[in-house]
Design a protein around this ligand. Structure first.
Ligand code: 13P
Ligand code: ZN
Length: 274
């Protein structure tokens, strides 16, 4: 069932769980996460990085994702992840997303508010949900990580921009962690208690299970997984000799590994309990 970003996250808020948002990169990663949703009867968010929407891969995958959304019996949203500007947002909406993200988190606070607020107006007009980011969530390779999102800033940001979902910096980053992160659970709770927007945790790959659970208890409602989608695909692919079987068979093994990874995360986040 095709769902908007806000509507799918409303379900998570009501049920006190989180919806996994899986970044997909090709048909097999997409098949893997969709099969996991089918198997567990769980709602999921399928998302692609901004750059993919401007490639043939993204353009060809978008109609397939739309078809899969219509086929699935559980709620599914299709989302633009880390949109870098208005052009990218318009492109993603044209390709059928039901939610978009604008990430201008490296801009000064007031400029982030202004750019986000303008983009929210467009997204609202197009009938899709909106995710903003306050407090930059960078890469695990960054030398210095940004300061954590302040609750008082989050309140102003949500009120002034009108976003539906808010990505916050609470100790995660994108990529492989050198050592397991420790999340600022108290900060998540404080932001959750004071804002209406649904809270999003980026950099979900490699976050220990107990921290994921504590983050959900504190109010996180969407958790993004990208790196480990890729890693599980590669692991599955490596299990077969690529020259010993037809390519579709080799690739279905890779999709199966992604499915197992996605199933684990769906269960960990409690999304299979609706
Ligand atoms: P990881 O690649 O670290 O899982 O982060 C995914 C993400 O936040 C996508 O926006
Ligand atoms: Zn991210």
């Amino acid at each position: 069932m095709r769902y908007g970003l806000k509507e799918i996250l409303d379900i998570a808020e009501k049920g006190n769980f989180a919806i996994p948002a899986f970044n997909v990169y090709n048909l097999e990663t997409l098949m893997g996460v969709v099969n996991a949703a089918k198997k567990t009867n769980a709602p999921i968010i399928i998302q692609m990085y901004s750059r993919l929407f401007d490639t043939d891969t993204g353009r060809f995958m978008a109609p397939v994702i739309k078809e899969m959304m219509n086929n699935l019996k559980t709620p599914v949203a299709f989302h633009l992840d880390h949109g870098v500007g208005v052009e990218e947002i318009m492109r993603a909406i044209r390709l059928g997303t039901t939610g978009v993200m604008l990430d201008v988190s490296t801009l000064p606070f007031e400029k982030n508010i202004k750019a986000t607020k303008d983009a929210v107006l467009l997204a609202k007009e197009a009938g899709v949900g909106f995710e903003g980011e306050l407090g930059h969530i960078g890469s695990t390779k960054d030398e210095k990580w940004a300061d954590y999102t302040e609750a008082v800033d989050a309140v102003k940001y949500v009120n002034e921009t009108g976003i539906d979902a808010l990505a916050i910096m609470v100790g995660t980053a994108h990529g492989k962690y050198a050592k397991a992160p420790e999340l600022a659970i108290g900060r998540i709770k404080e932001i959750h208690n004071n804002t209406k927007a649904h809270l999003v945790l980026h950099g979900g790959s490699g976050v220990p299970d107990n921290q994921i659970k504590a983050a959900i208890d504190a109010g996180i409602r969407k958790i993004n997984f990208g790196t480990d989608v890729c890693c599980s695909f590669i692991e599955g692919y490596k299990k077969l000799d690529p020259y010993s079987a037809p390519l579709d068979v080799v690739m279905s093994k890779a999709a199966e590994y992604v499915e197992n990874f996605a199933t684990e995360k769906i269960q960990l986040l409690g999304a299979d309990k609706i």
